[in-house]
Design a protein around this ligand. Structure first.
Ligand code: APR
Length: 179
């Protein structure tokens, strides 16, 4: 199942599957601030990349929530992994939406800084970090579509959704921003 939206030079593409299978220039990891691995997509990426990934992330000194850092992809098809730290969802915290948007924005900035042209994202913060998928999808798609309008280096921004329900929520959110 896919759905797509072209914005200037950038194709925004939704697909369902396992992000470790992606051969985009970079895949984004939904990491925690230690960058030392975890469960969910973090665990899957570290398993697929092999132990050299942790050896490199150990040298980075962690990563703040809302920021992103890049490493090599090692055994992954993707040449790079961009480790983004999304917020843990707290309904009382007015800043969580900005922090989630920042995780996407910083990932794209890091991709541009490294000369990349294609990036695959998971649904950041909507698993263990408890962010409601509907809210997160709207923030994610607004952030990446706003980014796509003002740059022409990145040609493909893909969301790789792990389950049909999450895919459907992102599909609905993409239709909301499609002309
Ligand atoms: N490919 C794509 N998406 C995946 C994969 C995968 N292989 N595995 C899980 N997902 C999806 C989940 O179903 C969810 O929709 O990624 C989304 C994010 O879920 P989490 O991986 O739990 O990430 P997050 O909610 O951001 O929580 C981050 O969990 O794994 C730990 O170390 C991580 O502490 C950090 C926290």
């Amino acid at each position: 199942m896919t759905n797509q939206l072209q914005i200037h030079d950038t194709l925004i593409d939704l697909t369902q599957g396992d992000i470790t299978d992606q051969d985009t220039d970079a895949i984004v990891n939904a990491a925690n601030s230690s960058l030392l691995g975890g469960g969910g997509v973090d665990g899957a990426i570290h398993r697929a990349a092999g132990p050299d990934l942790l050896r490199e992330t150990r040298t980075l000194g962690g990563c703040q929530t809302g920021d992103a850092k890049i490493t090599k992809g090692y055994r992954l098809k993707a040449r790079y992994v961009i480790h983004a730290v999304g917020p843990i969802y707290r309904p009382s915290d007015p800043n969580v939406a900005n922090l989630l948007a920042s995780a996407y924005q910083r990932s794209l900035e890091v991709a541009v800084e490294n000369g990349l042209e294609s990036v695959a994202f998971p649904s950041i913060s909507t698993g263990a970090y408890g962010y409601p998928v509907e809210k997160a999808a709207a923030i994610a798609l607004k952030t990446v579509s706003d980014f796509a309008r003002v740059q022409d280096q990145i040609k493909l921004i893909r969301f790789v959704l792990f389950d049909p329900l999450t895919w459907r929520v992102y599909d609905q959110a993409l239709r909301q921003i499609s002309p």
